[in-house]
Design a protein around this ligand. Structure first.
Ligand code: MN
Length: 245
């Protein structure tokens, strides 16, 4: 059986044929990364019913792993901070549904990978906070030199030896594709920072200290065909499938 990887899927306004409508939208590179690794990618579109624990548990029970993808800023109200002047687009409804799915996945002991916004969500879910705008982050910052591009937005991170992030990346000195203007500020409970930018020390990965497989990376493994991070989620999900069913 292919491990089933649920991808929390946002609504975005999209254009195709003669239409311009809200659509459930996941960039294909996430899907391909899951599929290349042998996983079955399943989209979980927004569903307010998942705010109910039992409904979220039911949805997550169909999965072997959960992937939280990149996207807009988290609403700072969710971590008790006022809105920063350089904050960008927010989707509070998306925050709530993704937090509910994350909580259900953790109750169910599922492997979880958070990418970029997904890593920030993991931190906020654990009671952490975010730095709402990295200095110079708009165009000339190290973490997002150009908007809407992955090429040219690379930088180096140092990953802690022996960590889940190091295991998933397969190395401790890692060149990553970066596209973020926010970052983890106060770390959430039960998490550790397992990678940092080599120059400015910005947290680049967090992981659960006492959970089987909870990893957030601030970078974009889906945009890097040489990355083994998403394959590591699929492998972990394969393991949880064998144990669970
Ligand atoms: Mn970065």
């Amino acid at each position: 059986m292919r491990p089933v990887i649920g991808i929390a899927t946002p609504l975005e306004t999209a254009r195709w044929a003669v239409w311009e409508l809200p659509a459930a939208l996941v960039a294909q590179n996430y899907l391909q990364a899951v599929q290349r690794a042998g996983g079955l990618a399943v989209l979980l579109p927004p569903d307010d019913r998942h705010l109910d624990e039992r409904a979220a548990d039911e949805a997550v029970s169909l999965l072997d792993g959960l992937l939280l993808i990149g996207g807009p800023d988290l609403d700072p109200a969710g971590y008790g901070a006022p809105l920063h002047r350089d904050a960008e687009e927010r989707q509070p409804e998306r925050d709530r549904v993704e937090l509910a799915l994350l909580a259900a996945a953790r109750r169910g002991g599922l492997p979880v990978l958070g990418i970029c916004r997904g890593m920030q969500l993991i931190n906020v879910a654990a009671g952490g906070t975010l730095k709402q705008h990295l200095d110079g982050g708009r165009t000339d910052g190290r973490h997002r030199r150009a908007l809407g591009a992955f090429a040219g937005n690379e930088h180096e991170v140092e990953i802690e030896q022996g960590s889940l992030a190091a295991q998933a990346a397969g190395e401790t000195r890692h060149t990553v594709v970066s596209h973020h203007h926010q970052a983890v500020d106060r770390l959430g409970n039960g998490l550790s920072v397992s990678a940092r930018d080599t120059e400015d020390g910005v947290p680049e990965a967090v992981e659960g200290e006492s959970e089987p497989w909870l990893l957030g990376v601030q970078w974009h493994p889906e945009a890097d065909e040489t990355s083994s991070i998403i394959a590591a989620l699929v492998d972990a999900a394969r393991g949880s499938d064998e144990n669970g069913s």
